[in-house]
Structures are given as C-alpha cells and as structure tokens.
Design a protein around this ligand. Structure first.
Ligand SMILES: *Cc1c(COP(=O)(O)O)cnc(C)c1O
Length: 397
C-alpha cells in the first residue's frame, strides 16, 4: 500500500516547482507563484480520477472526515453511525464537532453490517459512515437503501481503499461525501494530507470555506474576504499538494502492482482448507491494498499471526488486539478520557460502550489476519512470502 515506497523524480520535480517560487501556501500570492497552483491542480485531477464534480483538499484524512461532516451541517448531539473496526480517526472526527459516535457491528466484509446499522438508527441519527477497511468496501447498495429510507447522509471513509470500486464507481464517490487520506502510509501519500469528494455544490462550498477559517475566497485580497460562517484551519500546503500530484498520477500503476502481488498471495492460500477470504460485496472490486482472510477460530488466528512474525513474514496484522483499529482497546473512548470537558451532548448521549455487546464483530475480527500488500516487493519476494505464509498456516491448522 504505501506510495512512499516508490518516490522518485516525479515527486521531486513537483516539489521543486513550489520551492522555486517559494509560495508554500495554496491561496493568494498570485504574482509570486509562477503560475503554480498545486493544491488547485490536485483538486481538479482528483475530481476527474474519482468521477465527481468537486474535491476539497485538506491537511489530513481525519480533518477530511471532520470537514465533510461539518460541510453537511453535522453538529452537537447529532448521531453518526460508524463501525467497531476502523481507525480512531472515525470517532475523533465526530467528537470534534460535538456529535456522537454510535458504534455498530461489522460482518464478514469487515465493514458495517447493514442490519446492525438499521438497528442503531434513532431520531438523532444523521449520518452513516462506512469505513472501507483494508482495501475493500461495505455493501454500499444496502447502506444507500437504508440512508434513502431514513433520510440519512452516506459518508464513505475510503482512506484505506483508494482505487477500489463499487458498481463501477470509484469508492468515495458512491455516497453523498467521500474521504481520502494521503498520510505517509497510504496508497498515495503526500506526507500529510486528505481530501473530501462530493457531487454536491453546497457541501463543496461549505468545505472550501470551513477548512480556511470561513474565508469566502471571493476576490484577490484575502484580508478583505468575508466570513459567512465560523470555520477552522484545515488547509493543505502547496508542498504537500505537489507530492500528491505526482503520486495521484501513479495511482493506477500502484493499483496494478497491488493487484498482482495480492493475487500471488491469495492463490497460495486458496488451496488451504480452513482459510476463508473476506467477503467482497456483490458489485465491488477491492483496491488490493491488503489480503484479508479468516481462520477457523481465534486461537488459530493468534497462533498463525505469531508464527508469521517469527518466520519473518512482516506486515501481517491481527487487528483484534490492536490499540488503534478495534473497539476493544479504545479505553479512552469508553471512559471518555479527554483533556478538557467534552460537550454536554456527547457526555449525556454516548452509549456506555464498556457494556455493549459486539460479539458479532468479535466473531469476524477475532479470526482475521490482514496482510499489507507492498509496492516495492520483487516477484521473487512475493513468491517466497506466499510460500512461507501457506506453510505457516498449514502447520498451525
Ligand atoms: C489513515 C486513516 C484515516 C486518517 O487519516 P490521517 O490522514 O492519518 O488523519 C482515517 N480513516 C482511516 C480508515 C484511515 O486508515
């Protein structure tokens, strides 16, 4: 997955363009910038690649989620449905707005279980936020149906699955809003960065203003611009956007490498009795950023994960015990441990997650191993890895 594995001349050239003019900011300084508008260029290129009308670049994937929610008017006390298996950024972005994260189970897609989503809807629910974890997607058709039925917003977190598709549409473009991260370990990276994509002009305009202190971006004098509503600073810099431009141009090259490496690993495991692959919803194609499989039970999964590490097969994750990606280890969320007082809507409305039953999620995540697909492996390395992985699993099973 990490695009940094293949940094090269294209990234260097883009960054040098920016350094030569010295304008590191995405707005203003028109006379000094030698015509370089890297953030604006990347927004155009990303909108085109993702087949949407609008993109808003921001400083991270986490801020993309916050800005996306804010752009649609989400605020204090609104409930946002999110999965138990995701990165902590999901609830961070919700809490940042005073909104309430409502955790629900994942199924064998390792993403939101549509039935669990339905069961969690209340009068306060405003958003369903599927997270396309580890290269593959939630059942977007089922979720869209639910959102239409209950008049909810569908916001896709596609940070870990850029380049995947559902019903032929790029992930992130299927819902009302989609978010990407370009942090250092994502499929395409610019060091730190993120993006919101949408076909909704109002959301785009709101995101544009909100991510830059409420600036309306009308005219050529920043100081004279007006602020129609309160905002914040979630801007990306020109340096970051420049790296992103070079990386986005290579996305399809990266996806082809991911698919090739993934296929070799998958083929080696397909013949093993007791290995079950993660379900990809009908109509979906993965980004192949990870290979995900289930083992017969939790004990075997733990043993396989340990043996893989001991045998030097790195970059395989057992998320069930992970501090950052699974609800079991989110004690800071369960105990609402924040530096200052949280908004009242959060402290009164948030469910007591220490008492929640997420055994359905445990059933799947407890048996799952996720193997990162790297871009820099040679064919010999992938073949050797496939052989070792198969040997370890056969021995443990
Ligand atoms: C990386 C990631 C984020 C956050 O992105 P940052 O750019 O690191 O803030 C959000 N959601 C998921 C699923 C991610 O993997």
């Amino acid at each position: 997955m990490p695009g940094f594995e293949l940094f090269g001349d294209a990234e260097r050239k883009q960054v040098n363009d920016v350094l030569e003019s010295g304008v590191l900011m995405r707005y203003g300084f028109d006379g000094m910038r030698n015509g370089h508008w890297k953030a604006m260029e990347l927004e155009k290129a990303l909108a085109e690649r993702m087949q949407v009308d609008y993109t808003q670049l921001v400083s991270s994937g986490t801020s993309a989620l916050t800005v996306a929610l804010a752009s649609a008017g989400i605020g204090a006390g609104d409930e946002v449905i999110m999965p138990t298996f995701t990165f902590v950024a999901s609830f961070e972005s919700i809490l940042a707005l005073g909104a309430v994260p409502i955790l629900v189970d994942v199924d064998d897609t390792l993403t939101l279980d549509p039935q669990a989503v339905k069961n969690a809807i209340t009068k306060k629910t405003k958003v369903v936020m599927p997270v396309h974890m580890c290269g593959s997607m939630a059942d977007m058709s089922a979720l869209k149906h639910i959102c239409d039925q209950y008049d909810l917003l569908l916001l896709e977190d596609a940070c870990q699955a850029i380049g995947g598709t559902f019903e032929g549409k790029p992930l992130g473009s299927y819902g009302d809003l989609g978010c990407f991260s370009f942090d250092y370990v994502k499929t395409i990276t610019c060091g730190e960065g993120g993006a919101v994509i949408t076909n909704n002009e109002k959301y785009k305009l709101n995101a544009d203003h909100y991510s830059d202190h409420g600036h309306d971006h009308i005219g050529k004098d920043r100081g004279a611009e007006t602020h129609p509503f309160l905002g914040y600073n979630y801007r990306i810099s020109e340096l970051h956007a420049a790296v992103g431009l070079a990386q986005l141009a290579r996305l399809d090259e990266f996806l082809a490498i991911q698919k090739k490496n993934y296929s070799i690993l998958r083929e080696a495991l397909e013949a093993i009795d007791g290995v079950q692959f993660r379900r990809v919803p009908e109509g979906g194609e993965e980004s192949y950023a990870f290979l995900n499989y289930f083992l017969p039970d939790e004990a075997i999964a733990k043993k396989v994960h340990k043996s893989l590490g001991e045998d030097g097969v790195d970059a395989c994750f057992y998320w069930y015990d992970n501090n950052w990606h699974y609800y079991r280890r989110w004690e800071h969320l369960m105990n609402l441990r924040s530096l200052g007082k949280l908004p009242q809507a959060i402290s009164t409305q948030i469910p007591d997650y220490s008492k929640s039953d997420f055994s359905k999620s445990d059933h799947w995540v407890g048996r799952n191993i996720s193997c990162l697909i790297k871009l820099g492996w040679s064919e010999a390395e992938v073949n050797q890895r496939a052989q070792k992985m198969a040997d370890v699993i056969r021995t443990v099973i």
